[in-house]
Write a protein that binds this ligand. Sequence first.
Ligand code: PLP
Length: 426
Amino acid sequence: MGINNREKSAAAFAEALQVIPGGVNSPVRALRSVGTTPLFVKEAKGAYVTDIDDNKFIDFCMSWGVFILGHNQEKVSKAAVDAVMRGSSYGIPTVSETILAQKVREAIPSMERLRFVNSGTEATMSAIRVARGYTGRDILVKFEGNYHGHADHLLVAAGSGVANISNASSAGVPNDFVKHTVVLPYNDTEALKKYFAENGDKVAALILEPVACNMGVVVPSEEFLKTTREVTSQHGAVLIFDEVITGFRLSRGGAQQRFGIKPDMTTVGKIAGGGFPAAAFGGREDIMRCLAPDGPVYQAGTLSGNPVAMAAGIETLNQLSRSGFYEELEERSNKFIEKLEKIVEGKGIQLNRCGSMFTLFFNDDPVRNFQDTKRSNQERFAKYFRNMLSRGIYVSPSQFEGNFISACHTQEILDYVLQSIKESIE
Ligand SMILES: *Cc1c(COP(=O)(O)O)cnc(C)c1O
């Protein structure tokens, strides 16, 4: 394992640059912030990815958290292939949409009604539109460093790839488009209470990552999470949990099950589509009733509820409902994290973790919000990334992302990773 040669990837990248801006279809994939160039993938299986130069890597990015069962899980892939052979899109309903919707609701009961879309971006965008339609209010409150996809009004103080550009916002978004978006610091209960005490009656929705994963993993205090529920209930605002990463990750029922808080609306994606472009938004029946054709809020999609994605999602959720799945994943993650804690102790590194997700920050002080994450030493992180890569391990290629342990990351693999982390940070 490890890099022997990256000639073919380098050539593929040079060619991609001639036709695709930055050579990639999503910015972080360019690996620019970690001072290198992308690997081009040939295939993946389980915890491993193989590039076109035949280098084999242990993957900790796992398509940004999609593959909790591992890459190319046999039954999931077969379900998708079978679906393709029956036709890949109709623009007419299929039973598979209802089946997957039922499975999502079974896992996340607060999603009393839900609708499928093609990406997490669409899911949050649609959820917010429904919340505004329902409340008749305009203001959206979000938290610094939380990422909710790339819709205009959400590209303010955003995490993920946006965090790598200077002011964590995007050019090309008119001020008028974001004038209804209010940004508060994550994990700051007092600021949240104060804002709602003064403005709560004008707020349509409060959206958050119930565990932040797009500024690296940042776990909220229990008090902070509880307060998001309290202030929104008090002021008639819609509480939206963006569980695009945490849904089916932190427990079968996501962060809301893990922390015992029931939002009004929820978005899921990544895991839910089994590796295909599917995501969903949903919530209380009386809120979701606002959607066309029942209500006045419009939302639609040519490929929404795509039968191939539905088939992969159904098979994925079937496997996740096996009893003991999350307990086993949690236990293996616990053991790994315990050993990792010892390795990073006294090394000027903060280990943030929730369940099977973790991030290393090259920072002396605890990391609880976006400002803290920005103090992490980017140069040290970049070096760590390249060191790990040279040892055959692809950790998430940005300080502002999480790493994901899957069902295929065996004890043996994790022990090799621990050894590599130890060597890399030394
Ligand atoms: C990935 C992500 C999104 C965006 O989903 P896409 O499918 O990339 O559009 C939104 N919210 C959160 C929390 C995410 O992690």
